[in-house]
Design a protein around this ligand. Structure first.
Ligand SMILES: O=P(O)(O)OC[C@H]1O[C@H](O)[C@H](O)[C@@H](O)[C@@H]1O
Length: 530
């Protein structure tokens, strides 16, 4: 199994219409030789610093022996548990790679105090922490590092022996970590976060956890020549045209794991597609679905289904209108990166920037500085406070959510954003299918603050047709962030409130449900909405 793609229906029409032009324009070879002019003059400067991923496989080979040597050293010291602190492109790929390999890696991409506390209390004596941040300035990652440094010290462990840093050369984290004596792996600064899966960002945490990272690179290498060629069968051109060339554009992309051995691929692809394409009022909304999700059989004209199947045989039985893909994880990562770059060209956008991510960060910082009293709830239903759009004249959570769904347009979608402990309250994710039944439109589910570094860009910069259901939780225990004037609990609340403010400024409806003592209210919420 290397990589196979089959297209039917509108996707096949798009391939027939677009690929010959992409071939004659030399797009595949242009991407491979890092031609930064492929996305227009406005994107050229950024693209000139963002195409290093095309040679990531070759460049990363040199890292493998160092990572394996460090893994063995840590193991010889009794370290058998790896935690990864990082957000977005610095954590989504490692999670998929490790889960697919069946290797334990604790991914801490949160500011939820309960989830951070649980991680801190989990095998600290035999844990090493990888702190990954390209920019070296992401507040979540910095907070995770601070709290682990303190915990290690309190347990008589020198953090220098247990914390490994992955960052770009010259970042603030690079300088401070080197000064503090940490082991630092530098990544290629000419690769953006969401394209960094096959660089040190994907390889260091996974390799330390025990994944066969050489195998991953070999799988990617097996498609790299095919991807470089200006031929009609180039899978990067075919997939790019199939997802971004339909007319009218099917701008929701349902990603369905249907037999693939890859675990959680949609969670990684979400960031790649949403952050790369969702800007200037355009974009493709990734929607992670199950085989039995209501959207699949609903016949929605703007939803393109891509099914990740097990092998070539399955791709011979493609469901009409769908795209079917099989392939190894390494191959899939590289093909989807090429396809996303191709999609950016077809959509006429710069696939390498994320202009609207910063707005939520600014709003969060403003709230952390000013610490305003939270606005009064419009009403309280049981233990759930209700605020936001469409709550006038209603007095139940169910009626408020119905009011939100009524604001869905014919091309709209519902985004559920749960700022919560995604381990302890994983059943909150059931809200997706519960509300998809009722909404009749695509529904996405994201954990906050992790989605802010992923689909968050598209929700604010994309076509502007989403309606938003925020779930926030107030846990009984909070956790201080050493050396910071705010706690994890205050940070996550400010992140939720900041993003709600920015979405509202974009004219989008936002309904916020706040669950006090979530251990006792999550089930009540699910029951209220079933
Ligand atoms: O790796 P870092 O610099 O910490 O960035 C983590 C994430 O931050 C931002 O949200 C960017 O939009 C993402 O693309 C990036 O992956």
């Amino acid at each position: 199994m290397t990589f196979d793609i089959a297209v039917t229906g509108a996707a096949a029409d798009a391939v027939a219409r677009m690929v010959p032009q992409l071939v004659s324009d030399g797009v595949a070879s242009g991407i491979t030789t890092q031609d930064s002019s492929l996305w227009g003059a406005d994107a050229e400067d950024e693209a000139s610093r963002r195409l290093g991923w095309v040679e990531a496989v070759a460049a990363s080979e040199a890292l493998v022996p160092d990572i394996i040597a460090l893994r063995d050293l840590l193991r010889s010291r009794g370290v058998n548990h790896i935690v990864l602190g990082g957000m977005g492109g610095s954590s989504l790929a490692p999670e998929v790679i490790a889960r697919t390999a069946g290797v334990e890696l604790t991914v801490l991409d949160t500011t939820d105090p309960g989830q951070v506390l649980s991680a801190l209390h989990d095998r600290l004596a035999t844990t090493a922490l990888v702190i990954s941040s390209k920019s070296g300035s992401t507040v979540e990652t910095d907070s995770q590092k601070r709290v682990y440094e303190q915990a290690f010290r309190e347990h008589g462990i020198d953090p220098v022996d247990r914390i490994v840093i992955v960052t770009d050369p010259g970042s603030p984290l690079d300088s401070s970590a080197r000064a503090d004596g940490y082991r630092v792996f530098n990544a290629d600064p000419n690769v953006g976060g969401r394209f960094s899966a096959l660089t040190a960002f994907g390889l260091v945490p996974c390799g330390l956890a025990g994944v066969d990272i050489q195998h991953l690179l070999d799988d990617a290498e097996s498609v790299s020549l095919q991807l470089a060629l200006d031929t009609p069968s180039n899978p990067g051109l075919v997939l790019g045209a199939a997802i971004a060339g339909t007319r009218p554009l099917k701008d929701k992309l349902g990603i369905v794991a249907d037999g693939t051995y890859i675990v959680g691929f949609g969670d990684w692809a979400e960031q790649l597609i949403a952050e790369s394409t969702g800007k200037h009022g355009r974009g493709i909304l990734p929607v992670v679905l199950h085989v039995d999700s209501p959207e699949i059989s609903a016949g929605l004209p703007d939803l393109q289904i891509v099914r990740l199947v097990h092998d070539r045989r399955a791709t011979e039985e493609v469901i009409e209108g769908e795209i079917e893909i099989s392939g190894t994880l390494g191959a899939q990562i590289l093909v989807w990166e090429y396809a996303t770059a191709v999609a950016g060209r077809l959509l006429g956008i710069n696939p390498f920037d994320q202009p609207d991510v910063e707005s939520a960060k600014i709003a969060t910082r403003g709230l952390l500085d000013a610490r305003p009293q939270p606005s009064a709830a419009a009403f309280v239903d049981g233990e759930i406070e209700v605020r936001g759009t469409g709550v006038d004249g209603v007095d139940s959570v169910r009626a408020a959510v119905d009011g939100l769904l009524e604001q869905l347009g014919p091309d709209g979608y519902l985004s559920i954003q749960a700022y919560a402990n995604r381990i302890a309250f994983r059943e909150l994710a059931q809200l997706r299918s519960i509300l998809a039944e009722r909404a009749g439109r695509p529904v996405t589910f994201g954990w906050g603050p992790r989605f802010l570094h992923s689909t968050g860009q598209l929700h604010k910069g994309g076509p502007g047709v989403g309606v938003f259901l925020q779930i926030t939780t107030v846990e009984l225990l909070d956790l201080e962030i050493p050396g910071r004037p705010f706690s994890f609990g205050q940070l996550i609340q400010a992140q939720a409130a900041g993003d709600a403010t920015v979405l509202a400024e974009h004219g989008r409806p936002v309904l916020t449900l706040t669950l006090h003592d979530p251990a006792n209210t999550v089930e009540a919420l699910l029951s209220a909405l079933r």
